[in-house]
Design a protein around this ligand. Structure first.
Ligand code: PLP
Length: 402
């Protein structure tokens, strides 16, 4: 809420990396009477969602829809494919890879971490080298985040698949796309991913509370012998019920109403246009940040995230105090800092139902807040972003390629 104001005026600038703004059309689709989740109308809705979501993951195999946040789908990917004591290789890209690793440990798996400085994505060559050393094929799965939300680094999933194949290793490839799906190019089948974990509240533009597992044939086969305990998250019962348009339990009917419309909206815009828009907003944001004279956490452009830019604040600046000031004065939210960058960065989310004007508004309040907070910076960040966006619209083909 703006300072000295008794009511929030206009829209909140939601620039956290999810949940993202929910479009009015989706809100209206969710604001409908509850239907019988065992009735024919529901079966039609479920089919629309179950078929439609495959086009977002780019798979022809089943996609499981959970009434759970992304964390539930993380757990589902592990418990449905692995057995107690199995070794899993987790590439440490940041806070969220560490949380997935901690979950694996709690479930009785043996995670081995490939450490990093949190400033790049996962390196396929390092994964290949480690798998090549694993002569007894003890590693049963490789876990990577397509997009590390805590840092804004994107990992090359396609190349990681090739690295696993080059090492001639049978490990499953489990990929978290919670902050990349439906905003960044992703191809479950073509890239040979075994389980893709997705979430509702970012690129899919829905409220939190729904998540996904896209599953390969190899993962389905692994499921037959996986011995970790599972009940609510078990794939088999879900797959059987989904075949006839139902769920084993009462699903989040209103989230499904929203999902059906979200899928329509993504296809109306065109997935490639959605990806180009995210690339454009990401580049505009990075240009603003560089013009202000700040470093981006992701230090190698080849790993730059299309959905999140994490900004390193100058030495001695409390990034969390800056976020609080920006919120109270300008009604803008940025993502919090984590782990090794606690208090030293703020994360700008540029994903979901966000257009050029929304982004420029967010960047403008950021520049004003930097001034208000007396944080030393150069002027001209917003101008740099505007110049880039204008040039991208003048040459759309170049913007799409960047
Ligand atoms: N994985 C990634 C990459 C995330 O960004 C998040 C949440 O932001 C999660 C997992 C956990 O998802 P949730 O908070 O929906 O349980």
């Amino acid at each position: 809420m703006a300072q000295n104001s008794s009511r929030p005026v206009g829209r909140h600038h939601l620039h956290i990396p999810g949940p993202t703004p929910v479009p009015d059309r989706i809100l209206r689709a969710m604001d409908t009477p509850i239907i019988d989740h065992r009735g024919p109308e529901f079966a039609k809705l479920a089919k629309r969602c179950l078929d439609g979501v495959k086009t977002i993951f780019k798979t022809t195999n089943p996609v499981i829809i959970y009434t759970a946040t992304g964390t539930g789908a993380w757990e589902a990917a592990l418990v449905n494919t692995l057995s107690p004591g199995d070794k899993v290789l987790v590439y440490e890209t940041g806070q969220f890879s560490n949380l997935w690793k901690a979950m694996a440990e709690k479930l009785g798996l043996k995670p081995e971490v490939m450490a990093s400085d949190w400033r790049t994505g996962a390196d396929p060559a390092k994964i290949e080298a480690r798998l090549a050393e694993d002569k007894n094929k003890e590693i049963k799965a490789v876990c990577v985040l397509h997009n590390e939300t805590s840092t804004g680094c994107l990992s090359p999933v396609n190349e990681i698949r090739k690295a696993i194949d080059k090492a001639n290793h049978p490990a499953l490839l489990l990929v978290d796309t919670i902050s990349s799906l439906a905003s960044t190019d992703y191809r479950h089948d073509e890239w040979g991913v075994d389980v893709t974990v997705g979430g509702a509240q970012k690129g899919l533009m829905l409220p939190p509370g729904m998540s996904f597992n896209a599953i390969s044939d190899k993962a389905l086969a692994a499921n037959k012998t996986a011995k970790l305990p599972k009940a609510f998250l078990a794939w088999d019962e879900m797959l059987n019920m989904n075949k006839v348009g139902f769920f084993p339990y009462t699903p989040a009917t209103q989230m499904l109403q929203g999902l059906a419309v979200a899928i329509d909206m993504l296809h109306e815009e065109g997935l490639d246009n959605v990806f180009a828009r995210h690339n454009r907003l990401a580049e505009a944001t990075r240009r603003a940040v560089k013009a202000w004279g700040f470093d981006i956490i992701c230090k190698d452009p080849k790993y730059y995230s299309p959905t999140i830019t994490s900004v390193l604040t100058p030495e001695g600046v409390d990034a969390d105090a800056f976020r609080a000031l920006a919120l109270s004065n300008f009604n803008v939210s940025y993502g919090a800092s984590f782990g090794r960058f606690a208090g030293k960065m703020f994360r700008i989310g540029h994903l979901g139902d966000i257009n050029d004007g929304d982004m420029l508004g967010g960047l403008a309040v950021t520049e004003m807040a930097l001034t208000l907070a007396n944080i030393p910076h150069k002027k001209g960040g917003v101008q740099a972003a505007m110049d880039y966006i204008a040039s991208a619209h003048a040459k759309p083909s170049r913007a799409a390629a960047e």
